[in-house]
Design a protein around this ligand. Structure first.
Ligand code: SAH
Ligand code: DHB
Ligand code: MG
Length: 209
């Protein structure tokens, strides 16, 4: 019998009991509603909660809400008097996400903004302490620009899916996006590969200088 990274994630999820009933229901409802099953994994969701907590973030920005799974994880980590702003282009997804945020009892801390992120980012006021970028990957470079613009020194930026199916995941399927991040003098950057439920994946974790 071959053990895969998928099995190991299942093992971690079950021995740690990471996903509570609320998140499990939200994941199931999202899938049943026909949303693509591309939300963060159980463990990555918990990592989001922990990173937001560890950075003592009061204002969190998310680009790409889908059914709100990651949004709930972010909201759980945010400072008691903090808030999460999440941007979603698809009005059907956004509506479902709002229901899920209600169900998870975090809607008092979350603001869902519907429309193209590049339109709505211009209307936001910073500073944000933590930015999770997880939308249309071809705009990642613009989203990082915005994250820096709306951030301040110490702001944490995570970019999901810099690797997918074992390929560096950019417009020209080249290292261009990551190369340009490395050339910036205003952020410190790490690029992390992962394996697990979502295959060979990866993320950027960066900090505004
Ligand atoms: N963060 C979610 C998954 C997001 S999937 C989670 O882990 O639970 C990517 C989402 O980005 C989709 O819902 C898609 O509709 C949205 N999206 C794609 N392009 C967008 C854009 N230009 N502006 C805002 N949202 C966008
Ligand atoms: C896709 C998008 C994601 O945000 C992700 O985490 C995995 C896959 C996709 O568009 O296929
Ligand atoms: Mg993603």
């Amino acid at each position: 019998m071959t053990i895969t990274p998928f099995d190991v994630d299942e093992l971690f999820d079950s021995v740690l009991g990471t996903e509570d009933d609320t998140l499990r229901v939200v994941r199931d409802l999202s899938h049943k509603a026909g949303l693509p099953a591309i939300e963060v994994s159980v463990q990555q969701g918990k990592l989001l909660t922990l990173l937001v907590q560890m950075s003592n973030a009061k204002r969190v920005l998310e680009i790409g809400t889908l059914g709100g799974y990651s949004t709930i994880c972010l909201a759980r980590g945010v400072h008691p008097r903090g808030s999460v702003t999440t941007l979603e282009q698809n009005p059907i997804y956004a509506r479902l996400a709002k229901e899920h945020l209600n169900f998870a009892q975090v809607s008092n801390r979350v603001n869902v903004i519907v429309g193209h992120a590049l339109d709505n980012l211009q209307l936001l006021m910073g500073p944000f302490d933590f930015v999770f970028i997880d939308a249309d990957k071809e705009n990642n470079a613009f989203y990082v620009d915005w994250a820096v613009k709306l951030g301040e020194p110490g702001t944490v930026i995570m970019v999901d899916n810099i690797v997918r199916d074992g390929r560096v995941f950019t417009v020209q399927d080249k290292l261009e996006f990551i190369k340009r991040l490395g050339m910036r003098s205003d952020i410190e950057v790490s690029a992390i590969q992962t394996v697990g439920r979502k295959g060979w994946d990866g993320f950027i974790l960066a900090r505004v200088k």
